[in-house]
Design a protein around this ligand. Structure first.
Ligand SMILES: [Zn+2]
Ligand SMILES: [Zn+2]
Length: 144
C-alpha cells in the first residue's frame, strides 16, 4: 500500500502556509476563461484534493475569499496577493494550484475546458471540451 503524501504549500510571500495530505483526486490543466483571468496566465495547472485534505498551518487570518459564482471560493493572501487555492464546495474538492506546492510531483492526466483555450498544448494527453461527465460536464473529447 502506498503511503499517503503530505505536501507543504505557501502563498507568494510565505505569510500563509498550509499542508495538503493524501493524494490528489485528479491533476491536469484547466483552460477556462475564469482560471485564465484569475491566474493572469494562459492555463492553470490544477490538483484537486478532497476538501478535508487541506490544512492551514499559518496565516489563516491573512486569507481572503472571492466567489464570483457559488461553485468556486477563490483564496488568496492579503499580504502579497498570491493565490493559494480554490474551494469547489459543490464537489467537496479543493484545487490547490500545482505552482504553490512545489514538492508534489505534478502528473497531469487531462486538459479540461479545452474549447476555451488560448494556448494549444500538444502533449498527447486527453483534451475535454468542458469537464468530465461525473462532474457535471459533457465529458466530450476534442482534438488537440
Ligand atoms: Zn502572502
Ligand atoms: Zn478553470
Amino acid at each position: 500500500m502506498e503511503k499517503a503524501g503530505s505536501y507543504h504549500g505557501s502563498c507568494f510571500c510565505g505569510a500563509v502556509r498550509f499542508i495538503v495530505s493524501g493524494e490528489p483526486v485528479v491533476m491536469g490543466y484547466c483552460h477556462c476563461e475564469s482560471c485564465r483571468h484569475w491566474s493572469a496566465a494562459p492555463v492553470n495547472a490544477f490538483t484537486l484534493w478532497p476538501a478535508d485534505g487541506v490544512r492551514i498551518t499559518q496565516g489563516a487570518d491573512r486569507i481572503a475569499t472571492y466567489a464570483k459564482t457559488p461553485r468556486s471560493n477563490r483564496k488568496w493572501c492579503t499580504s502579497c496577493g498570491g493565490h493559494v487555492y480554490t474551494e469547489h464546495p459543490g464537489w467537496g474538492l479543493t484545487d490547490v494550484y500545482a505552482a504553490v506546492i512545489p514538492g508534489l510531483h505534478f502528473q497531469p492526466g487531462v486538459h479540461v475546458n479545452y474549447q476555451e483555450r488560448v494556448l494549444r498544448i500538444e502533449d498527447g494527453l486527453p483534451k475535454l471540451k468542458d469537464i468530465p461527465k461525473e462532474m457535471g460536464g459533457s465529458g466530450e473529447p476534442v482534438a488537440e
